[in-house]
Design a protein around this ligand. Structure first.
Ligand SMILES: Nc1nc2c(ncn2[C@@H]2O[C@H](COP(=O)(O)OP(=O)(O)OP(=O)(O)O)[C@@H](O)[C@H]2O)c(=O)[nH]1
Length: 304
C-alpha cells in the first residue's frame, strides 16, 4: 500500500512529540507542527530552527554553560559517527517561567544513500515530578517528617567526600531517648508516636540557622550533623538541646531515672581523610552514647 506525503505528514503532525530530522551535518531538514508550536512558545512566533544547524544550536548552548546542550551535542554526534545506534537524554526546560522536563531520542535512518537522524522530544514532566516525589518520600521518615536514615547516610557520605579535600571537621551527635519503652508501656504506642513527633519538631527548630542536618536514625534514635563548629561549641549547643528536650516535660512517670522524658547524647568529631570512613564517626559517637547511658542517662558524652 502506498501513502501520499500528505498522509504521512498528517500522521507526524498529529503526534504530541516535537519531531525534527537532521542530516549528517546537523542541518534541520524537517520539523513537525508540534515542533513549530513549541518553538513559538519558547522563542517567538516565526522562529522554529527550521533550516538551522541543530548541532550549532547545541554547541552555542554549551558555550553558554548549558550542560544539557553539551550532552545533547555529544550524544547526537555519537549517533552520527556510528559510535552508538541511538541516544536519549532527559533535560529540563523553562517554559513560560515553569520548569518542564523533556526526553530527547535520536534515531538514525537511511534514504537514497543519505543518512538522516530523527530527533524526538517528548514531554516527561509528570513522570519526572512523580519520580522526584517518590525519591523525596524514600528519604523521609513518615512519622516525624524528618530525613530518614537513608537520607542521613547519603548526606554523611557526600560530606565525607567533600571533607576529604576541604579538611573541614564534621561533628556527629547521636541522641537516644531514655527509657522510651517505659513511656510506650505506660501510655501506649500512640502516645509514644506523639512524643517522637514532638522530638522531631524540637530537632527541626534546633537546626534552624545551623549548618548540617538532623534525621531520625531509627526507633527512638536521632542523629545531628553539625558543620563548621568546634567540639566545645557543639557540646555547648547540644547541652542546650538536652535541656530543651527535658523542658518539654513529656511524662514518663515509670521511668527509673525521671518522671518525664530525658535523652542521652553521644558526640564525636572527625576531620575526614583518605584513611577514615563515615562509619568511624558513627562508631565513635555510638560508644559515647553508650557511655552516657551507662553513667545514668540524661547526659552528653563526647570524644574528639
Ligand atoms: N511508639 C513508638 N515506639 C517506638 C517506635 N520505634 C521504636 N519504638 C519503641 O522504642 C522502645 C525502645 O526501647 P529500648 O531499646 O529498650 O530502649 P529504652 O526503653 O529507650 O531504654 P534506653 O535506651 O536503654 O534508655 C521500644 O519499646 C520500641 O517499641 C515508634 O516508631 N513508635
Amino acid at each position: 500500500m502506498e501513502y501520499s506525503s500528505d498522509f504521512l505528514s498528517q500522521i507526524l503532525n498529529s503526534m504530541s512529540e516535537h519531531i525534527a530530522v537532521i542530516n549528517e551535518a546537523g542541518d534541520i531538514k524537517y520539523v513537525n507542527e508540534r515542533w513549530n508550536a513549541f518553538s513559538s512558545i519558547q522563542w517567538d512566533d516565526s522562529y522554529s530552527l527550521f533550516g538551522e544547524n541543530y548541532l550549532s544550536v547545541c554547541d552555542k548552548a554549551a558555550l553558554e554553560g548549558d550542560e544539557f546542550g553539551e550532552a545533547a551535542g555529544k550524544g547526537i554526534r555519537s549517533v552520527i559517527n556510528q559510535e552508538g545506534s541511538n541516544f536519549y537524554l532527559e533535560y529540563p526546560c523553562g517554559v513560560n517561567g515553569q520548569q518542564r522536563w523533556f526526553m530527547m531520542r535520536v534515531t538514525p535512518f537511511e534514504l537514497g544513500n543519505k543518512r538522516y537522524f530523527v530527533l524526538v522530544h517528548q514531554e516527561v514532566t509528570e513522570r519526572k515530578l512523580a519520580e522526584e516525589k517518590v525519591n523525596a518520600l524514600a528519604r523521609e521518615d513518615s512519622l516525624t517528617e524528618l530525613p530518614n536514615r537513608r537520607a542521613f547516610d547519603e548526606f554523611l557520605t557526600l560530606e565525607w567526600q567533600s571533607g576529604c579535600s576541604s579538611n573541614d571537621v564534621i561533628t556527629l551527635a547521636i541522641l537516644d531517648l531514655d527509657y522510651f519503652k517505659y513511656l510506650n508501656d505506660s501510655y501506649g504506642h500512640q502516645a509514644g508516636d506523639m512524643c517522637l513527633i514532638k522530638i522531631g519538631k524540637q530537632l527541626r527548630e534546633f537546626m534552624e540557622g545551623r549548618d548540617g542536618m538532623c534525621a531520625r536514625y531509627g526507633g527512638e534514635e536521632f542523629v545531628i550533623v553539625l558543620k563548621g563548629v568546634t567540639l566545645s561549641q557543639a557540646v555547648d549547643t547540644l547541652s542546650d538541646l538536652l535541656v530543651q528536650i527535658a523542658d518539654l516535660k513529656i511524662a514518663n512517670e515509670n521511668a527509673p531515672n525521671n518522671s518525664y522524658l530525658t535523652t542521652s547524647i553521644g558526640v564525636a568529631q572527625i576531620i575526614p581523610n583518605e584513611e577514615n570512613r563515615p562509619e568511624d564517626i558513627i562508631n565513635k559517637a555510638d560508644s559515647m552514647l553508650y557511655k552516657a547511658k551507662s553513667l545514668g542517662r540524661n547526659r552528653i558524652m563526647y570524644s574528639s
